[in-house]
Design a protein around this ligand. Structure first.
Ligand SMILES: Nc1ncnc2c1ncn2[C@@H]1O[C@H](COP(=O)(O)OP(=O)(O)O)[C@@H](O)[C@H]1O
Ligand SMILES: [Mg+2]
Length: 230
């Protein structure tokens, strides 16, 4: 498969709550081609965040295999996964996850600093300019609006030029006007940076813009024609 893509085979994930086992994902198969914009949709609690965490190497399945950006991540140790995620993957979360003690510029450059990239600050400034936030460079997250924080988080996700971006309800904490601006920006930047985008949402409006939609229902994926995709 292509190096920018994603393939997950027979993923299962259960949680134990009060000695009861709850199966959240039941034999999920997902295939994403390079450059695709894929939406994972489903009701609240349907397992979107759980699936995104597994696909992006933040959490591990109980069983199944995942090939991400040309690497079989199924058996990588955490020590191997951390640098892999930093170099190849970008993450955007609903609640931004910026580091409160770092400025906007420092938040963006952080993943590049981890790679000892001498261009980290210059790249961060360029990205800030691209999202029209140069004036906010030295502000801390608490001084920024939700939409501004998400623009910073998107810049941070892009700084290492990832092959694939995972976004979990990136507009979920924004009003509808700001949500639309953020979605447009993400889709524009995806083209400019030639990254694959896998996004979880419960918004039908956003799903309508995707190349492919996977719908999570009762722990399984139904494709848009309503068939179980096994
Ligand atoms: N760490 C966890 N421990 C126990 N249950 C969890 C955990 N994470 C998620 N769940 C449960 O798994 C189900 C799916 O959650 P989630 O993936 O967050 O859904 P979504 O993102 O679609 O709202 C929910 O029933 C949730 O309560
Ligand atoms: Mg979620």
């Amino acid at each position: 498969m292509s190096t920018n893509g994603l393939e997950a085979i027979q993923l299962c994930k259960s949680y134990n709550i009060d000695s009861r086992q709850i199966t959240v994902l039941n034999n999920i198969n997902v295939s994403v081609a390079a450059g695709e914009f894929v939406v994972i949709e489903g009701k609240s609690g349907s397992g979107k965040s759980t699936l995104l965490s597994l696909l992006s190497g933040l959490d591990r399945p109980d069983s199944g295999k995942i090939n991400l950006a040309g690497t079989d991540i199924t058996n990588l140790s955490e020590d191997e996964l951390a640098p892999f995620r930093n170099r190849k993957i970008g993450y955007v979360f609903q609640s931004f996850h910026l580091i409160p003690s770092l400025t906007a510029l420092e938040n963006i450059s952080f993943p590049a600093e981890l790679n000892r990239d001498p261009q980290a600050a210059a790249k961060a400034k360029e990205l800030l300019h691209r999202v029209d936030l140069s004036k906010r460079m030295n502000n801390f997250p608490h001084q920024l609006s939700g939409g501004e924080k998400q623009r910073i988080a998107i810049c941070r996700a892009l700084i290492n030029r990832p092959q694939i971006i995972f976004a979990d309800e990136p507009t979920g904490n924004l009003d509808s006007a700001n949500g639309e601006i953020i979605m447009e920006l993400l889709l524009e930047l995806r083209k400019e940076f030639k990254t694959t985008l896998v996004l979880a949402t419960h918004s039908r409006e956003i799903s309508g813009k995707a190349d492919t939609v996977f719908s999570l229902v009762d722990g399984r994926i139904e494709n848009s024609s309503g068939q179980v995709n096994q």
